[in-house]
Design a protein around this ligand. Structure first.
Ligand code: GLN
Length: 546
């Protein structure tokens, strides 16, 4: 049976619990263990699919089509283990399932309550699909003390009683703030947060203390004494130079060693092989050049809204040993009269139009595509970005001036529109323009066939069939294929049935690729996605030209 590591957070949010969970999993994996990470989100949305990127950051999509919390992206990037639908649960989903069962009469007249019904559902989720994993890490979203997270903490309390004693561990991530006026680190918030946790019946085994200054031995001893943990299990977590340095840094502080000691595995545990992380840090820190990429999008005020994209660009840099500077540009500025597109985009070595929803900023994005096409600047369009590349091509190279997307309202030339039926592994899928927003998109992994000898097939190492993750409601209308191709925009990737355009490219341009899927979701620091590696290589060439 798998061992369980529960991860809670205290004092404040944004302590980097997700990164901590991902790093601990990576360290255990580096010792040869099979790991899996799960996220419990206390909010009442059924999934984050309908939440604004401004509120919640990016929605991370799994191969099996689940719209999940962005922390699952960290988990996948740090471990390489593909996340699944059943690796992320929200209070909303738990309640929805329980209420559906209640309406069906499944509870046979019983009163349905938080304890045991909600807590049982949470435990069931935690215990499902253990396969042959050595460790299952479960991160609880939110901060201990929040009303919403109470059923999750209670479920952990019950699980820790029900599972063999040596089978579970609880890591509590806290903050030890530095008060500059006193020149001291303060342990009281940590003490209070642990007290809160123990008042709910849960004793942490390890404390990971986020701090801006070294944690002196005296403070460490104080925390251990007041929080009832061993002194060695009070681990300091200083800010790291980059997220890629976190696994090694936490290893240096003894995080994985202490977890294994807790489980009584010190003797048997192999030493970790951290060479993968050493290489990643080396590529990240010792770069040989720099490029600047302009990302012309909508949610540019909040980098978390494009978390995976940001990471994938950095990975593309690692593949080429270059530093990638990202300039986030609000597409709407190109729609204003004084929005000087040349002044903004001329310094860019590559232009990327990312995914997005809605009409706002679309004309600005189309203007950015045009600039990249006309000036020969490497261009990468992702999802909505590919759709904008097709509309731009239609308007300016295929003689269809009215070209638009039905997402932006009625149009006489629907270059992009709703496709109402398509095939997936599960069979025929159907949708209509007026169904609920939640779950009506083409979601998850779909295959695409690449034209042999195309630029993208070369980028994918000669492959002619690939699988990538999707999250969109609209599709490029293949009825326009011939006219767009006559304008120089070649459809080099199609769905296997030949109906849905997946990739477009311009053979007469140094690097111009639009993809209907989200390649950024599968890029890893130790395995950069070929499209990002290729895009950054092209940007590097461009940088040398200008
Ligand atoms: N809004 C577009 C669609 O729904 C693109 C979505 C996206 O970029 N993820 O098809």
């Amino acid at each position: 049976m798998a061992r369980y590591i529960f991860i809670t957070g205290g004092v404040v949010s944004s302590l980097g619990k997700g990164l901590m969970a991902a790093s601990l999993a990576a360290l255990l994996q580096a010792r040869g263990y099979k790991v899996r990470i799960r996220k419990f989100d206390p909010y009442l949305n059924v999934d984050p699919g309908t939440m604004s990127p401004y509120q919640h950051g990016e929605v991370y999509v799994t191969d099996d089509g689940a719209e999940t919390d962005l922390d699952l992206g960290h988990y996948e990037r740090f471990t390489g283990v593909s996340a699944h639908q059943n690796d992320n649960i929200t209070s909303g989903r738990v309640y929805r399932d329980i209420i559906t069962k209640e309406r069906r009469g499944d509870y046979l007249g019983a009163t349905v309550q938080v304890i045991p019904h909600v807590t049982d559902a949470i435990k069931e989720f935690a215990l499902a699909d253990q396969d042959d994993h050595d460790f299952i890490l479960c991160e609880i979203g939110g901060t201990v003390g929040d009303i919403e997270s109470l059923p999750f903490i209670e479920a952990i309390r019950q699980l820790r009683n029900e599972l063999p004693v040596e089978q579970t561990c609880l890591v509590h991530v806290t903050l030890v703030p530095y008060i500059s006026a006193a020149g001291e680190l303060k342990t009281k918030p940590t003490q209070h947060s642990v007290r809160e946790l123990t008042s709910l019946g849960v004793q942490p085994n390890l404390l990971l203390c986020r701090c801006e200054h070294e944690l002196p031995e005296t403070e460490r001893a104080k925390i251990a004494l007041f929080c009832n943990v061993r002194k060695e299990a009070v681990i300091q977590a200083l800010d790291a130079s980059s997220i890629y340095a976190v696994p090694q840094q936490y290893h240096g502080e003894g995080l994985d060693r202490e977890v294994l000691r807790h489980f009584g595995m010190t003797e048997e545990a192999p030493e970790p092989d951290l060479s993968r992380w050493e290489d990643v840090i080396d590529r990240y820190e010792n770069y040989e050049g720099e490029v600047t990429i302009g990302v012309v999008g909508k949610y540019v005020g909040l980098p978390d809204a494009y978390k995976s994209l940001n990471e994938a660009l950095v990975h593309g840099g690692m593949a080429n040993r270059v530093k990638v500077n990202i300039k986030w540009i609000d597409a709407e500025i190109f729609e204003q009269e004084d929005g000087d597109i040349a002044a903004q985009l001329e310094p860019m070595h590559g232009i990327l139009v990312p995914g997005g929803f809605g009409e706002r900023g679309s004309e600005g994005k189309i203007a950015a595509v045009r600039f990249a096409r006309e000036r020969g600047v490497p261009f990468f369009g992702i999802c909505l970005g590919m759709q904008m590349a097709c509309i731009e091509g239609a308007r300016n190279t295929a003689g269809i001036p009215e070209a638009s997307s039905t997402e932006f309202g009625e149009t006489s030339e629907p270059i992009v529109g709703i496709i109402t039926e398509w095939m997936s592994k599960e069979g025929l899928q159907q949708r209509s323009a007026d169904t609920d927003l939640g779950g009506t998109m083409r979601l998850g992994a779909y295959a695409a066939k690449l034209s042999p000898n195309s630029h993208v097939s070369q980028i994918y190492g000669g492959a002619t069939e690939i699988s990538e993750r999707h999250r969109h409601r609209y599709e490029v209308n293949s009825a326009y294929k011939d006219r767009l191709e006559a304008g120089g925009l070649v459809f080099s990737g199609m769905s296997p049935d030949g109906l849905l355009p997946e990739i477009v490219e311009r053979p007469d341009h140094p690097w111009f690729v639009g993809v209907q899927f989200h390649p950024e979701l599968k890029s890893k620091p130790f395995d950069p996605h070929p499209l990002f590696a290729g895009f950054i290589a092209a940007a590097l060439k461009q940088a040398r030209l200008v």
